[in-house]
Design a protein around this ligand. Structure first.
Ligand SMILES: CC(C)(COP(=O)(O)OP(=O)(O)OC[C@H]1O[C@@H](n2cnc3c(N)ncnc32)[C@H](O)[C@@H]1OP(=O)(O)O)[C@@H](O)C(=O)NCCC(=O)NCCS
Length: 216
């Protein structure tokens, strides 16, 4: 699957809201994307699919008949079709995932990161995180930080991979079930150790998934 990364535009908002609703609990206070899109205190990035038609054609040709429902291809086609549907309404790029980043003091704070459910597990979340760390470098910030539900093992694994450490707990942080949040923060990103780690991770990402166009 070919994916690219760029800043969010107003025409992406309806798809991003769909992804937000799918990813977060009904009690989640959603972002006011339209209001915040042009703020210099934050940045929103989207990962979008660049070869939807090719995937659909290949998938139709490859999906093995009755077993199609369980095949990876079938999952991908369903994902792509769901993206296609809403992209068609707004006429924009098919959005696969997004990240919201607030610039606060010397920190880049990830407020939301989510990938369309049917497209998870294919490197898109990692790409969004790479974009976030790059944005932090671009802004001359020192650290990247976020809160995650203590139960959100998948997200924590992703952050751990990128050198986020657990630095604290916010008790009863989530309004829906009063779950605690774990605060995870990178080491200072301008240290040689972090730069080397990040460069190595990016290199491995591109080896695994191919080159990706990024407009941060
Ligand atoms: C968290 C989320 C953004 C990850 O996106 P994704 O595109 O599925 O993740 P990727 O395919 O890029 O995986 C990157 C890393 O995440 C971790 N990860 C992803 N899926 C995983 C799984 N099913 N089990 C364990 N770890 C997993 C791994 O560390 C993986 O690296 P690896 O491939 O080298 O093992 C996605 O699961 C999501 O949208 N979740 C719902 C919203 C959410 O919880 N957001 C986080 C709020 S704090």
């Amino acid at each position: 699957m070919e994916v690219a990364l760029r800043r969010m535009r107003s025409e992406d908002i309806s798809q991003v809201i769909e992804i937000e609703h799918e990813a977060f609990s009904p009690g989640w206070v959603g972002t006011q994307f339209r209001r915040e899109l042009n703020s210099r205190h934050c940045r929103f990035l989207v990962a979008y699919l660049t070869n939807v038609e090719q995937i659909e054609t290949e998938a139709e040709l490859t999906a093995p008949g009755d077993q199609a429902d369980s095949s990876m291809w079938a999952r991908m086609v369903r994902g792509v079709r769901s993206v296609f549907g809403s992209a068609g309404d707004g006429g924009g790029d098919p959005i696969a995932g997004y990240v919201g980043i607030w610039f606060q003091g010397d920190q880049a704070h990830i407020t939301e990161i989510a990938v369309r459910e049917s497209l998870r597990g294919q490197g898109i979340g990692e790409l969004l995180l790479i974009g976030t760390v790059r944005a932090a470098y671009q802004q001359g910030l020192e650290e990247v930080t976020l809160e995650a539900r203590v139960s959100n093992f998948i997200a924590q694994r992703l952050y751990d991979k990128y050198g986020f450490n657990e630095v604290g707990i916010r008790k009863n942080y989530y309004a829906d079930n009063r779950e605690d949040a774990v605060i995870m923060t990178t080491d200072r990103i301008h240290t040689n150790a972090y730069r080397e780690k990040f460069t190595g991770l990016q290199d491995r990402f591109f080896e695994r998934y191919g080159d990706v166009e990024m407009e941060i």
